[in-house]
Design a protein around this ligand. Structure first.
Ligand code: NAP
Length: 335
């Protein structure tokens, strides 16, 4: 099959190249999928650079999520058949024509969704669901601050928080991204290039702070995040785009009785990822089917243009998800 290989690992996206590699083979509990689309995640850039190697036993091909058609089912697969449209969290192997997926991670694609829409959902909706609902325990009427409101994770988190009935505050790096976040349901938007979010919160949150913060920045926002949380606030650390090491005044955590959580998706055991998949199907998929929440696709590149897609993501140009079409490998056609 054709797949994108990293050769050699590097800081520039031109280390990505389309090549011929061996077809994957499904185990007894896996299905083999003809991939229609996969989506980019920031982790792909880290993996390309060499800072985030594939998990033991997982494909070392990039691509954490996919949507496609089942073309073969392992002998112990009971709930899926050849021809089924499925999507899910692959944990690797998405930048290719074919991939295997454990049955417990492969969800039937609702009729209302295209392959592109389905491929744009798993990683960011699962992550945002874990951060906003499971760990953040965001309640109706509470204030949640979502950093990088235009990121894949951000656009999912805004919609989940709205669904809960929370008051949604976001930060983003341009007025255009702030405007689009408001269209998605954000109540208060802060362009971090023009305003300090802690100042805005101290002026506009009735002196209370926010109840939950979904953070993807880490070090650069550490102190301002702690300052901006209300008493008994929750900080959910999801990414470290601003650095991984921070000094902190532990007294603030004690005084405000804060709770601090971290989460990752890829390195969790299969049973955890299957549980997170079910949780999404139970609590969020119905809202996607009804149109109450929607996947937001920023752009689609043919698989062979993965390097250009990586460059586009690294320049922070996207609002929502960047996809790779794995059927139209060389050029996108009208489909
Ligand atoms: N823990 C998990 O399970 C998990 C799962 C998925 C993703 N993540 C993490 O979530 C984060 C977002 O991932 P994604 O794939 O959704 O990203 P994305 O769609 O590429 O969006 C990232 C956005 O973050 C903003 N940004 C980048 N660097 C920044 C900085 N230093 N300070 C402030 N804003 C910055 C940029 O928007 P602006 O124009 O607004 O600056 C950029 O467009 C990443 O850190 C990723 O590793 C974690």
């Amino acid at each position: 099959m054709k797949a994108i290989v990293v050769d050699p690992p590097g800081r520039t996206a031109d280390s990505l190249r389309l090549d011929e590699v061996p077809d994957p083979r499904p185990s007894d509990e896996e299905v083999l999928i003809r991939i229609h689309a996969t989506a980019l995640n920031r982790a792909d850039i880290m993996q390309r650079i060499g800072n985030y190697p594939a998990q033991h036993g997982a494909s070392d091909i990039l691509g954490l999520e996919l949507a496609g058609e089942v073309i073969e089912a392992g002998s112990r697969v009971r709930g899926l058949s050849v021809g089924d449209r499925v999507y899910g969290l692959s944990g690797g192997g998405g930048y290719a024509e074919l991939a295997t997926l454990h049955e417990s991670l492969a969800m039937p694609i609702p009729d209302q969704l295209t392959y592109h829409e389905a491929a744009s959902i798993p990683e960011v909706f699962f992550t945002a669901n874990t951060a906003v609902r499971t760990l953040g325990q965001t309640l109706p009427g509470e204030r949640i601050l979502i950093h990088a409101g235009g990121s894949g994770v951000g656009i999912a988190a805004i919609q989940i928080a709205r669904l809960i009935g929370a008051e949604v505050w976001i930060t983003a790096g341009s007025e255009e991204k702030c405007e689009r976040a408001r269209e998605l349901g954000a109540d208060v938007t802060i362009n971090y290039r023009e305003q300090d979010f802690a100042d805005v919160i101290s002026e506009q949150a009735d002196g209370q702070g926010v109840d939950v913060i979904l953070d993807v920045i880490g070090r650069d926002y550490w102190d301002t995040n702690l300052k901006s949380l209300a008493t008994a606030g929750r900080l959910v650390l999801v990414g470290l785009m601003g650095g991984a090491r921070a000094e902190t005044n532990l007294g603030v955590i004690l005084q405000k009785r804060l709770r601090i959580f971290g989460t990752v998706m890829r390195s969790r055991p299969l049973i955890d990822r299957a549980g997170i998949t079910r949780d999404y199907q139970l609590h969020l998929e119905p809202a996607i089917i009804s149109g109450e929440m929607k996947p937001i696709i920023d752009s689609v590149f043919p698989l062979s243009k993965a390097a250009a897609a990586h460059q586009y993501m690294a320049e922070n140009r996207n609002f929502g998800k960047i996809l790779l079409d794995c059927i139209d490998i060389d050029e996108l056609s009208e489909r």
